[in-house]
Design a protein around this ligand. Sequence first.
Ligand code: 13P
Ligand code: SF4
Length: 309
Amino acid sequence: MAKQKNAVIMAHYYQRPEVQEVADFIGDSLALAQKAAKTDADIIVLCGVHFMAETAKILCPDKKVLIPDVNAGCSLADSCKAADLKAWKDAHPGYKVISYVNTSADVKALTDIVVTSSNALKIVQSIPADQPVLFGPDHNLGHYISQMTGRKMAIWDGACHVHSRFSVEALIALKREHPDAPVLAHPECKQTILTLSDVIGSTQALLNYVKSHPDTRKFIIATETGVLHEMQKACPEALFLPVPPEVTEGESLAPDQHIGCMCNECEYMRMVTLEKLYNCLLNESPEVNVEPAVAKQAIIPIQRMLDLS
Ligand code: 13P
Ligand code: SF4
């Protein structure tokens, strides 16, 4: 059906394995934006979360952009509303606004440069050192970039509910039990997790690390577990040990759950199922649209990012 309709199915690495398997292209948020910008398909089906589909629509205003579940949001994107960003910006005249791609189109429209976890370091480094910066909405990523570049930035206090919840105690225990396993972490993790990690990078960078270490037999992974599907395909013999989340008081595990598989799945990403994907393509709905006036502003910082990547 996708071929008949000249549709391209794009999926983020955090999608369910069966959705990744039918996708024409799998990537991290930067790769999905780059691919959308270049596609000659008539329809883009974005198997991911809403901001990813919005970004594709902003880049391809003449194409039909579909998302299998329109309720697939993002806790991080939701932590930064455009009105609040506008007030922050107004309180900091002369500052450049750097926004993570995990933001709504309205927030991107108020932004100077968009970044993803793949290029945030390089893009912040490209900004003159005396230029004050507002960075948002991910506090952990902002803090990591600030440490790596040695530059002070005003950082928004947002976080991803999946990445900020990994248990430090559980990671220490895993390291003790598997001292030969490198720890791979996404920069959205809190600083204590990053300090205990050997490799810090975007989803694509972590996958590339696994691919370039075919002789390593064990890896400890502190990111959303959807990426384990591609990691396991790349290194079928290796053991991937996901860092479990903290379990807060009063929370309990379902009978068939063990702590290692709880909560390090993004429930928004997992809203997309094969059935919803099929129906979405069949009915060409739900469609994602962005108000043209917002899109006209939002494309500027996205294009700056693509030019600098
Ligand atoms: P990437 O930039 O690594 O794709 O991350 C996207 C995301 O949503 C992380 O939680
Ligand atoms: Fe958003 Fe976190 Fe889910 Fe990524 S994993 S889409 S940042 S809620």
